[in-house]
Design a protein around this ligand. Structure first.
Ligand code: B12
Ligand code: SF4
Length: 466
């Protein structure tokens, strides 16, 4: 494939381990961001993806580097405990392979570049949408490395304009061993129509402070589904668009395609906003094999929803959950407790909402201000939080129930913890029985045995299963 190229940049993309403190070997989700990053590169430069979640053995990792002999190692980074693995590996890589260039890309360096650039083992960061920017980086690295510092998206340089993503190559499923993963993501768009002020979306994917949603070419998207299902043998997946229902006609067309080609053979999970839920879309989703829709229900109090700039009424949130169930799709409602200014009475309203609408899953998180969101910026401006400076501090910023860092609500900490645990478990057992029946009806007893082994559940703050 590469014979005609004079010099090529060899790139190793690394998915950091999710949480070195827990050292869990759970083979969970495919390294989806890196599969996008690799796609435009791979016809020009030799690229491999290494997932530390699949194998955490350091000597295997360093042997892999020796054998592949990359010029560049690129880590993907979210604001999460995965930063710990980057801090751990970075200095070791530099010690063993002093000439290797280390770059970091993804949501965290985009939103909080200084914290990454401050690490001495980091040579460059690539901010924002990197499909073109990283290819340019590798091309320039080949020819004239001195020019790299001037490129757009590099370090704190200005960003490129958003790409026309219609014709992007789809993610590189060929670079991972798909069978090793229990959660496969597929996306058909970038950006969200919402402007919630606890979310990073407008800052990362919006334009001049406004939301912006871009779609992949519909025929290419169908081809991507086909490839992953037919060649990859994937029958269960998560459509990771922020709101798969943003453009009704397109969503229905994709559902019809899935129904026509894979009726009763596939099952998938989608995310969405309640204001986009309607009977036509739900009918198409159900027929296509959608098993669960997760909505950001957030709170049972209208004042709190308004505070979050959700732009959806409590009434609409409830109606959407009911409608989803009416179409025989599981509804997964995600909530937050401990939102700044929230009172105990308002948290009780969330509890009443859960009791009234009985979502199949009540996915509850304790509020934590995330960088890139308006609430985070406001809290910093008001002097209520001090922005973490190092990657280590950022790795500890997102936590679970046991590691609440801040509470700007009126609710006492101990009550918050108890309530999150209680909400989380509200619907758990009923839902497991309902889901077991769903899978048995589909003739998939093996799935039930695999997924339903555990009979106890602890609130973990992690994503729910599809
Ligand atoms: C799939 C996914 C996951 C998967 C897999 C992640 C992966 N690395 O592939 C799993 C399930 C593991 C996951 C976990 C979590 N996730 Co997540 N996840 C997503 C999701 C839905 C899609 C990511 C994606 O592929 N996007 C599409 C691509 C095109 O965009 P992208 O990832 O930003 O990548 C582009 C650029 O950032 C850049 N880039 C990315 N990586 C790299 C690397 C290099 C080297 C370069 C050059 C460029 C580059 O180039 C890409 C192409 O343009 C996003 C939401 C979303 N729709 O984006 C949330 C999201 C990224 N997750 C988020 C969060 C908070 C989490 C968790 C902390 C949740 C939790 N409480 O458990 C955990 C982290 C767990 C841990 N301990 O590390 C947040 C990140 C917020 C932040 N400030 O970092 C997001 C944005 C969701 C949200 N709205 O809050 N997640
Ligand atoms: S709907 Fe979800 S993804 Fe969209 S802005 Fe709100 S929280 Fe973010």
């Amino acid at each position: 494939m590469f014979e005609n190229t004079l010099k090529m940049t060899r790139v190793l993309l690394v998915q950091p381990h999710r949480d070195l403190k827990k050292k869990s070997k759970e083979k969970y989700s495919a390294p989806y961001s890196l599969m996008w990053v690799a796609a435009p590169l791979k016809n020009k430069h030799p690229v491999k993806i290494y997932d530390r979640n699949v194998n955490l053995d350091d000597s295997l990792f360093f042997d892999f580097i020796k054998k592949f002999n990359p010029d560049i190692i690129g880590f993907t980074a979210m604001t999460s405990s995965m930063l710990l693995d980057i801090i751990y590996l970075g200095p070791l890589i530099k010690k063993k392979f002093p000439n290797l260039i280390i770059i970091v890309g993804g949501v965290h360096p985009t939103i909080e570049p200084d914290s990454v650039l401050r690490e001495s083992f980091v040579d460059y960061i690539i901010r924002g949408e990197a499909d073109d920017a990283f290819l340019e980086f590798c091309d320039v690295f080949d020819k004239d490395p001195k020019k790299i510092k001037k490129l757009r998206n590099i370090n704190k340089n200005p960003l490129r304009k958003f790409l026309n993503i219609k014709n992007l190559e789809f993610p590189s499923f060929d670079l991972i061993d798909i069978k090793k993963y229990s959660q496969i993501f597929l996306s058909t768009s970038r950006g969200c129509p919402g402007t919630c002020n606890f979310c990073y979306n407008v800052q990362m994917w919006g334009e001049k402070g406004h939301p912006c949603v871009r779609f992949y070419d519909i025929e290419k998207t169908k081809k991507m589904f086909k490839e992953v299902i037919d060649k990859g043998g994937v029958t269960e997946f998560t459509i990771s668009d922020e709101n798969f229902m943003t453009f009704k006609k397109r969503c229905i067309e994709l559902c019809n395609f899935l129904e026509k080609n894979y009726k009763n053979k596939i099952s998938f999970f989608v995310f969405g906003r309640a204001d986009f839920v309607n009977p036509e879309v739900l009918g198409a989703l159900k027929k296509a094999g959608c098993n669960t829709i997760q909505l950001g229900s957030e709170s049972g109090s209208q004042r709190v929803l308004d505070f979050l700039n959700k732009k959806i009424t409590v009434k609409k949130q409830g109606e959407a959950l009911k409608l989803i169930n009416k179409f025989g799709i599981f509804n997964d409602a995600s909530f937050m407790v401990g939102i700044p200014t929230e009172t105990t009475k308002e948290m009780k309203m969330t509890e009443n909402f859960i009791k009234k609408f009985k979502p199949d899953i009540a996915d509850v998180k304790i509020f934590n201000p995330l960088p890139g969101s308006k609430i985070f910026d406001d809290l910093v401006k008001e002097g209520k939080i001090t922005k973490p400076q190092t990657l280590k501090e950022w790795a500890d910023w997102t936590g679970d129930l046991k590691t609440i860092k801040h509470n700007f609500s009126e609710i006492p900490n101990n009550l918050l913890e108890k309530t999150a645990e209680k909400f989380w478990n509200y619907r758990y057992y009923q839902t497991r029985i309902k889901k077991a029946i769903y899978w048995v009806k589909r003739g998939n007893v093996e799935h039930v045995l695999k997924k339903f082994k555990k009979i106890t559940r602890k609130y973990s703050g992690s994503q729910s299963w599809s």
